[in-house]
Design a protein around this ligand. Structure first.
Ligand SMILES: NC(=O)c1ccc[n+]([C@@H]2O[C@H](COP(=O)([O-])OP(=O)(O)OC[C@H]3O[C@@H](n4cnc5c(N)ncnc54)[C@H](O)[C@@H]3O)[C@@H](O)[C@H]2O)c1
Length: 262
């Protein structure tokens, strides 16, 4: 399928994980891309992979929470690629598990900057351009961790819950302008962010337990996320707006109480 032929996309945090997988998928569907991130080498590698697969991709070094940096990325994308109809605000961070009473204001501020401010900057700048140029699709990267409590990662959960609210309010802010804003809510997926957990499970011989509490009985793959990002970027989701879409093997639909017995 080449549902994104003639479209132009920016992906933040495009040098790894879900960002890189989505770059490969959107390019496969015909979009010309820019990947944005803080470090040059991982971005260059994504560009190499996309171009080698026959796609068009350039990179731009910027912090996703920096308004001037993202403004510069958008200007370059329009100038060098020809427009901007898709923005995947994927850059984000997780938190190391820490008892609640040991958490600090600095840690909470950092989480909110990496997860909520980056998403706000994307909605504001990409949304403004898209609203003035025929519309587009903005996709935020939240988490199933935003839906339920989990001890030790309160700042992460609260910040991703902020992303959920922003998804709904930004959809309203661009009402009537042809700009859709939706979020994916990934479940546990192996990437740089979760590597320590996967490494620990493998070392302890417990790899088969990863994702076992989901009805799908497995953890997520970055390609699972990229497929939903491509759907939300395309006209197949033309009437989907302001939605929070779990991509989590069904775990958010259950009360994980143990073994499935069906
Ligand atoms: N891996 C999971 O299980 C999981 C689950 C739920 C949500 N998520 C979310 O998915 C998104 C992608 O993460 P991933 O799992 O692919 O991990 P990842 O570490 O491979 O990707 C995150 C990317 O974001 C970049 N980044 C972080 N803050 C940035 C900033 N301020 N400016 C520019 N780039 C920045 C990092 O450098 C990295 O390239 C994140 O928002 C994360 O919170 C991941």
């Amino acid at each position: 399928m080449r549902r994104l032929e003639g479209r132009h996309a920016i992906i933040t945090g495009g040098g790894s994980g879900m960002g890189r997988a989505s770059a490969l998928r959107l390019a496969e569907e015909g979009a010309a891309l820019m990947v944005v991130g803080r470090r040059e080498d991982p971005l260059r590698e994504t560009v190499r992979m996309v171009n080698e697969a026959g796609g068009t991709c350039i990179y731009h070094v910027a912090d996703a929470g920096d308004e001037a940096g993202i403004s510069g990325a958008i200007e370059r994308c329009i100038r060098e690629l020809g427009g901007l109809e898709i923005f995947f605000a994927n850059a984000g961070n997780t938190d190391s598990v820490k008892p609640f009473l040991e958490q600090t204001v600095e840690q909470w501020e950092g989480m909110f900057r990496d997860n909520v401010v980056t998403a706000f900057v994307a909605c504001k700048l990409a949304g403004r351009y898209m609203a003035e140029h025929g519309g587009g699709s903005i996709i935020l990267n939240s988490s199933t961790g935003s839906l339920r409590a989990r001890g030790g990662t309160e700042a992460y959960g609260a910040s991703k819950a902020g992303v959920n609210h922003l998804t709904m309010t930004a959809a309203c802010a661009f009402a009537g302008k042809g700009v859709r804003v939706n979020a994916i809510l990934p479940g546990l997926t192996e990437t740089g962010l979760t590597k320590p957990m996967f490494d620990w499970a493998r070392k302890a011989g417990k790899e088969d337990r990863l994702g076992k509490l989901t009805p799908m009985q497995r953890p997520g793959y970055v390609e699972d996320m990229a497929g939903v990002v491509a759907f939300l970027a395309s006209d197949d989701s033309a009437y989907v707006d302001g939605q929070l879409i779990p991509v989590d093997g069904g775990i958010s639909a259950t009360h994980p109480a143990g073994k499935f017995v069906y």
